[in-house]
Write a protein that binds this ligand. Structure first.
Ligand SMILES: Nc1ncnc2c1ncn2[C@@H]1O[C@H](COP(=O)(O)OP(=O)(O)OP(=O)(O)O)[C@@H](O)[C@H]1O
Ligand SMILES: [Mg+2]
Length: 176
């Protein structure tokens, strides 16, 4: 499934629908991992910014290019935004404690501590191949100089279909 992203407004609409669907899914599973793939400048960080705003974050969204990860803690969710472009070796992920970021948050602790559901979004996941855990959904961003598209690919279930259907029925973002 592919969405045509003609303008920044269309990207915002796409991000709004993703935010809603991701929030529902995260609430069910506790943890959702989404890979953001595509060439330099194809719109991965811009999408992440709009997604974070639609998930309730109101501050400045920084590109995690140098820090590898930026974390946003909110009451309804905790979001880790990774950018692995500058990773030289996937092994470096072990040193940054990558596994800790992929532990499903506890929701019914005997101490009454309830952690919000977690979303991991990863730019340049290819750089972490074999060490980085698998994604639930991959979004492929493409920009050929005039047209922008996002292709949704999912191995196991219906999140991509659900997003595409809502875009088709309730927005002016065209789906192919
Ligand atoms: N849908 C869009 N409409 C118009 N401009 C866009 C859109 N998406 C992204 N841009 C612009 O394209 C430029 C590059 O986008 P962005 O930084 O999000 O790319 P990226 O995929 O994160 O690149 P990198 O791989 O370098 O991290 C930015 O100036 C951004 O404003
Ligand atoms: Mg980026």
């Amino acid at each position: 499934m592919m969405a045509n992203i003609t303008t920044l407004a269309a990207l915002d609409t796409f991000a709004a629908v993703c935010a809603e669907k991701f929030q529902t899914r995260m609430s069910q599973t506790g943890l959702l991992t989404v890979y953001l793939k595509g060439d330099l400048g194809s719109g991965k960080t811009t999408f992440s910014q709009h997604l974070l705003w639609h998930l309730g974050f109101s501050g400045k969204v920084k590109s995690p290019t140098y820090t590898l990860v930026e974390t946003y803690e909110m009451t309804s969710s905790s979001i880790n935004h990774f950018d692995l472009y500058r990773l030289d070796d996937p092994e470096e992920l072990e040193y940054m404690g990558i596994r800790d970021y992929f532990v499903v948050p506890t929701r019914n602790s005997e101490f009454g501590e309830i952690q919000p559901p977690q979303l991991n979004i990863v730019e340049w996941p290819e750089r972490g191949e074999h060490v980085l855990p698998q994604a639930d959904l991959s979004l492929y961003f493409s920009f050929d100089g005039s047209h922008r598209t996002v292709t949704l690919v999912e191995a196991t279930d219906t999140l991509a279909f659900d997003i595409a259907q809502t875009l088709q029925e309730h927005t002016d973002v065209a789906i192919q």
